[in-house]
Write a protein of this length. Structure first.
Lengths: 354, 306, 517
C-alpha cells in the first residue's frame, strides 16, 4: 500500500514534468525567443504582487468546478455539463446582480440562484438517465451548448445593454464580492472556494450520503446489494455537482474581473475541472492544490503570451498531456508491478517464517 | 414556409448539413463496434478542419489536402488507441485530453503557420469542389437535390456503403464486431484484439478527418476556432441511436440534417430568435437520445415479462 | 511414444497485479495422448496455471518446455499456433454470430477481400462431421443450448489444429447426459492422439476418464499420480491438505414458533424472459438451516435475488416475518434483519478499491450507533472495524487497506463479518465458502451453526455437497426452477439419492414438510 501510494505520487510528478518538457519543445519550435518565453512561463507569476494575485484569482473558478466534478465522478456519473452549469451560473448571477443592489443580500441571492440554476442544468442528464437509461455522458455534452446559446439569447434579448456591444447592463456595486488584498484582484471568492472544497471533502468522506455516493461509484452492484438507492445517488451527486459548478460561475461573475456579463462563448472551466479532479484523485480537499498548479501555469502562460510571440493556448496542450499521462494506468506500470511483486514476496517470506 | 420546405433546395440543405455529422457518426460507429467510445471525434474534427486548410493551401490541391488530412486523422486515432490500449488510459479522459489539445493546438498552429488568430483569413486554402453527375442530374427532383453537391457529400454516402460491406462482409469486419461484442472470445481464437481496435480507431480517426475537412473546405471555406461545434459529440449520440450500424447512422444523420434545414428555414421566415435556432442540433440530440433509450428500455421490459 | 512428454511446465510462479500469489511453485508434465486431470479446490491456482500455458498471463518465474524445446508463450495466438487449444469455463463465443462464424473467427476463408461464407459453412460442417459432432453450423450461438455451445468451443480449438486441449471445468454447466456425451467425445479425441488437460474438482469424473492427475493446493503442485493407483480419499486428502472433520458438532434443534420466511408460488423469469424459478413454495423458521442443493443454473441465483429484493419482478408471494415484501426496497428488507452473503463476492459483495473499513459498514452505516442524521460517526466505525477484523481473523495490514489487496478467503471474511455483525434473524448464504481456504471455510460454517443455535433462519445455497450435508437441517434440491426433492431430515439422505435428484433423474411430485401449515 505504501509503495503503491508512493508510486502514484511519483507518477503524477513525472507526468507533469514530461508534459512541461513537451511544451518546452513546442515553444522552441514555434517561438523566435524560446528561452524568454519559458522563463516567463515558469517564473512570471512570481515577479509581482499583481501577478501572484492573478494566480490566486484564477484558482477560484477551478476549485469550484473541480469540486463539482469530484462529487459527480466519485459517484461514477460521467456528467460533463459542469461547463454549462458554470456558464448559466454566471448568467443568472449577473441577472440578479443587475437588478438588486442590497448590500450582502444581493450577492448571496445572486450566488444562491447561480447554484440552483447550475444544479438544474446538470440534473437534466441525471433525470434522463433515471427515466430513460440514456447515457449521461452524451446528453451532458449537449447541455453545455444549450447553456451557451441560452446565455447568448439572454444577453441579446433580455439583459443586454443597448449602449454596450455584446455586454449586459452593469452589475450593481453592492452585488460585487469585495477585494481582499489591495493592488490585486484577489476577492472574497477564494474564501468561498476553499470552504466549498473542504465542505465537499466532508460531504464525500464524512457523511452518510457521501459514503453512499462513493460506494455506488466504486461498485454499483455492491451498492444496490447493500440497500443503497442508486436513483437517489445519481440525482444527488449531479444536483450537488451542478450546484457547486453553478456557484463557481456566480462567484466568477461577481468578482472584480467583470463589470458586466460578457460571456459569448464557453470558458472551458468545466473541462479544466476534469484535470483538477484527475490530479486530486477525486478528493475535493486536494482541488485547491491542483487548482494552484493549473492557475500558476496559466498565469505564467498569459504573461508569456503578453511579452513574447507564444500564445496562451500552449497551456491547453500541456494540460492535455498531463491528463493523458496521469490517467495512463500502464504508464510506468512495469515499475509498479515490480514494487508490488516485491511486497508480495516479502509477505510470503514473513508468513513462512511465522 | 411550406413552399420552402418542399423545394429541392431544402433537401439539398439536409444533405449538406448532414455530411459532417454522417462522417463523424460512421467514425463513432466503427469505434463503438470495436468496443470503444471515441469521444475524441470532436478534437479530431477540429484538428482536421485546420489541417485541411493548411494542407490544401500548402499543396494547392483539395485532393492532396484531403489525403494528408485523413492521414493525420488516422494518426490521432492511433494516438488515442495507444493511450487507451497500451497505457490503459480511461477512454473518456484520454478523449478529453485530445479535445483540449485540439482546442489549444489548432489556435497555436494556425498562428504559427499564418499569423492568423482564430480565423484562417489569410490562408489561401482550396475547397473540395461541388460536382454534378450528368445522368443523375436529369432525374427530376432527386437530380436537383443531388446535383451540385460537394464531392465530400458524395463521398460520405459512398462511405456508408463501404463501411457496411467492410463491417459485415470482410474478415476484418467480423473481427472488429467480435472484439466489440466479446473481447475475450475474440482473443481466445487468437485475434489480436489490440490490433483490431487500433485499426478501428485509425479508421474512425480517418472518417472523422473527412468530416473535419468538409467543415473548412466544403461547408465553409476557411477555418474558424472551435468550428467543430460539438458535432463529434452529436455523432456519439447519433451512432448509438442508429444501433452503431452504418446504415442506421445514415438515417439518424439525415434526421439531424433535417432538423438543421428546418431551423434554417425558420430563421429565414423569422419565427424564432437566432439563438434558439442555434440550439436546434443539440436539442434534437437530447430529445432523440431520450426517445431512443426510452423505447429500448420498454423493449427490454417487455422481454423480461413485466 | 507412450511416455513421451509433450509439455512440461516447471516451477511456475505467478503474482497478480494486486499482489495475490496465484501460483507459487507449480510443475506439470503432459504425455502425448493422455487425459490429464488438473485437480484442486477453487482458488488452488488451476485456472491461473492454464492462463499461463495459454499465454493470457505471463509467469513471473518458471519455464515451459513444449516437445522438448523451451518456449515462451506470449499470447493466446501464440499458444494456438503452437497447437494448444483452450475451452474456457465461461464460453468464449460471440452470441450474435452463427456457429460457423464463431468457428472460422480469425481464420476466415476469403474470396477476394470478402469472407467466403459458403466455404466457411462447408468447412465448419466438415470438421463437425470428422469428429462426429452433431451440430447445425448455421444456428446463431445465442439460440443454442449450453451443451452444444461447449461442442462449438471444442470444434473451434480443433479447427485451429489444437493438439493439446485444455478443458476448464467442462462439466460444471452440463446435464449428466451431456457430460456422458462429452466423455465419449473426449475419449475419441484421445484415440486420435490429442492430449487433454481436464480441470475439475469432481473426483468421480476424474476416476472415470483421466489417465493421470496432477493435484494442486494453494498455489503449489502436490504431485502427479496414475489415476488407477490412487483412491478418491487420497486425492481428496492431497487436495484439501488435511483431513478436515466435516461433521460439525451440531446442537439439538430449537425451532422458533414464527415462520420467518414464507414463500408461495414464486415464479421468476430472467432478463431474457426464460423461466428460472417455477411456482416454488416453502417456509423456514428460526433455528434451522435450509440447505438448497442443485447443479448451478437451476434457478438458485434467481431465487436468492427475489428473496433479497435484488429482483422485484417476480410473481407469487414472499413474506418476511409476516410482511409481504412485494413493495419493499432492498434497504427495507435489510432493515428487517436479513443478511445476505452474495454468490459472487467481487461483483456484488465488495468494492475492491475501497478500504476494509468502508466495506464493513455498507449494510449498517445508517444505524444510530454509526451515524447521526447526516454525519458518520468515525470513531465508532473505526473502533468497530478493528473489533471485527480481530473477531473474524481478517488478515490485513490495517483497516485502511483496500479490500482488493486481500486474498479471496480474507475478502470473504470481510463480507461475512459485515453480514454477521448486524445480528441477523435471517441469513441467506449463497456459496459462502466458494474458492476460499479450508480454514476460512470452517470458520464461516461454524458461525452459520452458531446463528442457527441462536434462533436465526439460515438458507444455505451451495454447490459443495459436504457443506450442505454437514450444515443443513432440512434439505431441498433445485432442478429446473423447482424443488425436485425435499428432505425433512438432512442427516438421512445419501449422497447418491441427492445426486439423482440434482440431475433430475428422480423427481418427487409431492414434497412433504416444505410448508409449516
Amino acid at each position: 500500500m505504501n509503495n503503491a501510494k508512493r508510486f502514484n505520487a511519483l507518477r503524477t510528478v513525472l507526468s507533469v514534468l514530461i508534459a512541461l518538457a513537451i511544451s518546452f519543445v513546442i515553444i522552441f519550435m514555434v517561438s523566435e525567443q524560446p528561452v524568454e518565453a519559458i522563463k516567463y512561463l515558469l517564473v512570471g507569476p512570481l515577479t509581482s504582487k499583481r501577478n501572484m494575485g492573478n494566480v490566486i484569482e484564477s484558482m477560484i473558478p477551478l476549485i469550484f468546478t473541480g469540486t463539482g466534478v469530484c462529487i459527480m465522478f466519485s459517484a461514477n456519473q460521467i456528467n460533463l455539463s459542469g461547463e454549462g452549469a458554470f456558464h448559466v451560473g454566471g448568467l443568472i448571477a449577473s441577472c440578479v446582480a443587475i437588478n438588486m443592489s442590497a448590500r450582502v443580500v444581493s450577492p448571496i441571492a445572486a450566488l444562491f440562484c447561480a447554484g440552483i440554476v447550475g444544479a438544474v442544468f446538470t440534473a437534466i442528464p441525471a433525470v434522463m438517465k433515471i427515466t430513460t437509461t440514456a447515457d449521461e455522458m452524451v446528453s451532458s455534452l449537449m447541455i453545455n451548448y444549450l447553456a451557451l446559446y441560452f446565455g447568448n439569447y439572454m444577453l441579446n434579448n433580455v439583459i443586454g445593454d443597448p449602449k454596450a456591444s455584446a455586454a449586459s447592463y452593469k452589475l450593481t456595486e453592492a452585488s460585487k464580492l469585495p477585494v481582499l488584498f489591495d493592488g490585486t484582484r484577489v476577492h472574497f471568492g477564494i474564501i468561498i472556494a476553499i470552504a466549498v472544497a473542504i465542505l465537499g471533502y466532508i460531504f464525500l468522506y464524512r457523511t452518510k450520503i457521501g459514503y453512499e455516493l462513493r460506494l455506488t461509484g466504486e461498485n454499483e452492484e455492491f451498492a444496490k446489494y447493500s440497500g443503497i438507492s442508486i436513483v437517489k445517488v445519481i440525482l444527488i451527486s449531479q444536483l450537488l455537482g451542478g450546484f457547486v459548478a453553478g456557484l463557481g460561475g456566480g462567484v466568477e461573475m461577481l468578482s472584480p474581473i467583470y463589470a458586466r456579463f460578457t460571456w459569448t462563448s464557453l470558458l472551458g472551466y468545466g473541462w479544466d475541472a476534469i484535470i483538477i479532479c484527475t490530479l486530486s484523485k477525486k478528493n475535493p480537499l486536494y482541488t485547491p492544490f491542483a487548482a494552484l498548479f493549473l492557475a500558476y501555469l496559466r498565469t505564467g502562460a498569459s504573461i508569456m503570451a503578453r511579452r513574447t510571440d507564444v500564445t496562451l493556448e500552449i497551456v491547453q496542450i500541456t494540460q492535455g498531456i498531463i491528463i493523458l499521462l496521469v490517467v495512463a494506468e500502464q504508464f510506468l506500470s512495469r515499475y509498479k508491478h515490480k514494487l508490488i511483486a516485491k511486497e508480495a514476496k516479502a509477505a510470503l517470506k514473513e508468513e513462512e517464517a511465522a | 414556409m411550406w413552399k420552402a420546405i418542399l423545394s429541392p433546395d431544402f433537401f439539398g440543405t439536409i444533405l449538406r448539413s448532414a455530411t459532417p455529422i454522417l462522417f463523424a457518426t460512421l467514425a463513432a460507429s466503427i469505434a463503438a463496434k470495436s468496443g470503444i467510445t471515441n469521444m475524441a471525434l470532436e478534437g479530431i474534427m477540429l484538428f482536421s478542419a485546420l489541417f485541411g486548410v493548411i494542407f490544401s493551401s500548402f499543396t494547392h490541391s483539395a485532393g492532396l489536402g484531403l489525403l494528408l488530412t485523413v492521414i493525420v486523422g488516422g494518426l490521432i486515432g492511433a494516438i488515442l488507441a495507444f493511450f487507451v490500449l497500451n497505457l490503459k488510459t480511461d477512454e473518456i479522459l484520454a478523449a478529453i485530453a485530445i479535445n483540449l489539445t485540439a482546442t489549444g493546438g489548432t489556435v497555436l498552429l494556425l498562428l504559427a503557420y499564418s499569423g492568423d488568430r482564430g480565423v484562417s483569413s489569410s490562408v489561401r486554402s482550396v475547397s473540395a469542389p461541388n460536382i454534378t453527375i450528368p445522368l443523375i442530374e436529369k432525374i427530376p427532383f432527386i437530380g436537383q437535390i443531388l446535383s451540385g453537391q460537394n464531392v465530400l457529400t458524395w463521398l460520405s454516402l459512398l462511405a456508408v456503403l463501404v463501411m457496411h460491406l467492410f463491417l459485415y462482409k470482410t474478415p476484418l469486419g467480423l473481427s472488429i464486431r467480435s472484439v466489440g461484442e466479446n473481447k475475450d472470445a475474440a482473443e481466445s481464437v487468437g485475434i489480436n484484439s489490440r490490433k483490431v481496435q487500433y485499426i478501428a480507431l485509425i479508421i474512425s480517426g480517418a472518417l472523422a478527418a473527412m468530416g473535419g475537412f468538409y467543415l473548412s473546405g466544403g461547408y465553409m471555406n476557411m477555418f474558424t476556432k472551435d468550428m467543430s461545434g460539438g458535432r463529434g459529440f452529436i455523432a456519439l449520440a447519433a451512432s448509438s441511436m442508429g444501433g452503431n450500424t452504418p446504415v442506421g447512422g445514415f438515417f439518424v444523420s439525415l434526421l439531424f440534417g433535417l432538423a438543421q434545414a428546418l431551423a434554417n428555414v425558420m430563421q429565414l421566415t423569422a419565427v424564432m430568435p437566432y439563438e434558439i435556432i442555434l440550439m436546434v442540433p443539440y436539442l434534437t440530440t437530447l430529445i432523440g437520445l431520450g426517445v431512443y433509450y426510452y423505447s429500448q428500455k420498454k423493449k427490454k421490459e417487455r422481454l423480461s415479462g413485466k | 511414444m507412450e511416455n513421451q512428454a509433450v509439455l512440461q511446465m516447471n516451477h511456475i510462479m505467478k503474482i497478480y497485479g494486486n499482489g495475490v500469489v496465484a501460483n507459487e511453485d507449480v510443475s506439470l508434465e503432459l504425455r502425448k495422448g493422455e487425459i490429464h486431470a488438473l485437480l484442486g479446490e477453487n482458488g488452488a491456482g488451476k485456472s491461473t496455471l492454464m492462463k499461463v500455458l495459454f499465454g493470457i498471463e505471463s509467469p513471473d518465474q518458471g519455464e515451459l518446455i513444449l516437445n522438448g524445446a523451451p518456449v515462451t508463450i506470449k499470447s493466446p495466438q501464440d499458444a494456438i499456433s503452437k497447437g494448444i487449444g483452450m475451452v474456457h469455463q465461461h464460453f468464449m463465443l460471440v452470441p450474435s454470430l452463427s456457429v460457423a462464424e464463431n468457428i472460422i473467427l480469425g481464420v476466415a476463408p476469403r474470396r477476394g477481400i470478402f469472407i467466403d461464407m459458403d466455404k466457411a459453412v462447408e468447412s465448419a460442417q466438415n470438421i463437425a462431421k470428422e469428429y462426429n459432432f452433431d451440430i447445425n453450423v448455421k444456428d446463431k450461438v445465442e439460440e443454442i443450448p449450453v451443451g452444444i455451445k461447449q461442442k462449438v468451443e471444442i470444434l473451434k480449438a480443433l479447427y485451429r489444429g489444437a493438439e493439446i486441449l485444455i478443458l476448464d471445468e467442462p462439466t460444471a454447466v452440463l446435464t449428466p447426459q451431456e457430460t456422458d456425451e462429452l466423455f465419449i467425445q473426449l475419449m475419441k479425441l484421445r484415440e486420435k492422439g490429442h492430449t487433454i488437460i481436464f480441470i475439475s474438482h469432481k473426483l468421480d469424473e476424474i476416476k472415470k476418464i483421466c489417465d493421470r492427475a496432477t493435484i494442486m493446493r494453494s498455489g503449489r503442485s502436490m504431485g502427479t499420480y496414475e489415476v488407477a493407483d490412487i483412491t478418491t480419499q487420497e486425492m481428496s486428502k492431497l487436495m484439501v491438505g488435511r483431513e478436515v472433520s466435516l461433521t460439525f458438532e451440531k446442537n439439538d434443534q430449537q425451532l422458533t414458533e414464527q415462520v420467518l420466511l414464507k414463500v408461495r408460488n414464486l415464479t421468476v423469469n430472467n432478463s431474457q424472459g426464460v423461466l428460472k424459478v417455477d411456482d416454488l413454495s416453502f417456509d423456514i423458521k428460526g433455528g434451522e438451516i435450509l440447505g438448497i442443493a442443485g447443479v448451478e443454473g437451476n434457478g438458485q441465483t434467481e431465487l436468492i435475488d427475489a428473496l433479497t429484493g435484488l429482483n422485484k419482478k417476480y410473481k407469487g408471494i414472499i413474506e418476511i416475518k409476516g410482511k409481504d415484501i412485494a413493495h419493499s426496497s432492498i434497504s427495507d428488507i435489510r432493515s428487517m434483519n436479513l443478511s445476505h452473503i452474495p454468490e459472487d463476492r467481487m461483483t456484488s459483495g465488495c468494492a475492491k478499491n475501497l478500504s476494509i473499513q468502508e466495506n464493513l459498514f455498507s449494510n449498517q452505516y445508517k444505524k444510530h450507533r454509526y451515524s447521526g442524521k447526516l454525519m458518520l460517526k468515525r470513531k465508532a466505525i473505526e473502533k468497530r472495524s478493528d473489533e471485527l477484523i480481530q473477531e473474524f481473523l481478517i488478515k490485513c495490514r490495517s483497516r485502511k487497506q483496500n479490500v482488493g489487496m486481500l486474498s479471496g478467503g480474507n475478502i470473504q471474511k470481510v463480507i461475512v463479518a459485515r453480514e454477521f455483525s448486524t445480528c441477523p434473524d435471517i441469513i441467506i448464504a449463497n456459496q459462502p465458502t466458494r474458492g476460499i481456504d479450508v480454514g476460512a471455510a470452517a470458520f464461516i460454517r461454524q458461525r452459520l451453526l452458531e446463528f442457527r443455535d441462536a434462533g436465526c433462519a439460515v438458507i444455505l445455497v451451495s454447490a459443495d455437497l459436504t457443506e450442505i450435508f454437514s450444515l443443513s437441517d432440512r434439505l431441498a434440491v433445485m432442478y429446473k426452477g423447482k424443488f425436485a426433492g425435499f428432505f425433512n431430515d438432512a442427516a438421512h439422505v445419501t449422497e447418491d439419492e441427492l445426486g439423482q435428484h440434482m440431475l433430475g433423474i428422480k423427481r418427487d411430485e409431492v414434497l412433504e414438510g416444505v410448508l409449516y401449515e
